[in-house]
Design a protein around this ligand. Sequence first.
Ligand code: CMX
Ligand code: CO
Length: 145
Amino acid sequence: MLLRIDHVGIACENLEEKIAFYRAAFGVTVVSQEVNEEQGVKEAMLHVADGEGGGSYIQLLEPTGPDTPVGKFLAKRGEGLHHVAYGVTDVTKAMAAMGGAGVRLVDEHPRHGAMGTSIAFLHPKDVGGVLTELVESPAPRPEQT
Ligand code: CMX
Ligand code: CO
């Protein structure tokens, strides 16, 4: 059911500073930068590699305010690894399967993620302390097939 690791989400206080660090230290490039008000984040996707199932990324996350998931996480734990995101073919089907296996779903329905993806979160308390995201990428445009 899982296609690949789509991205790792990393919480930070200052997005621009962390982008500069990752570009200098790892030579990665920013492929998308957006504000997702619903998730309460300013974010950047940094490209790591392309595989059969699609790309893999580092997602840098700066909260838009203290009362957001990443804002609360930073206050409690400080900067660092925030979540792991797996690519899936169909996020609604994956949610049903994982919910059926007894894992608490944070989202009842898929939400909008970076780069046109559909995303849903699984509760960290049911995944051994790891906030887990499921990502369905948009269908490729005809010229990319
Ligand atoms: N990883 C591991 N544990 C986490 C966590 C994380 N990222 N975030 C919270 N927790 C733990 C807390 O430490 C806390 O544990 P304790 O009770 O043992 O202290 C518990 O979960 C509850 O945490 P909280 O601070 O009270 O936060 P909430 O219950 O209000 O929210 C959660 C937790 C997971 C439901 C919320 O963070 C959420 O909805 N996350 C999904 C959305 C999200 O993270 N969006 C930003 C990223 C967007 C993107 O990737 O595109
Ligand atoms: Co993410």
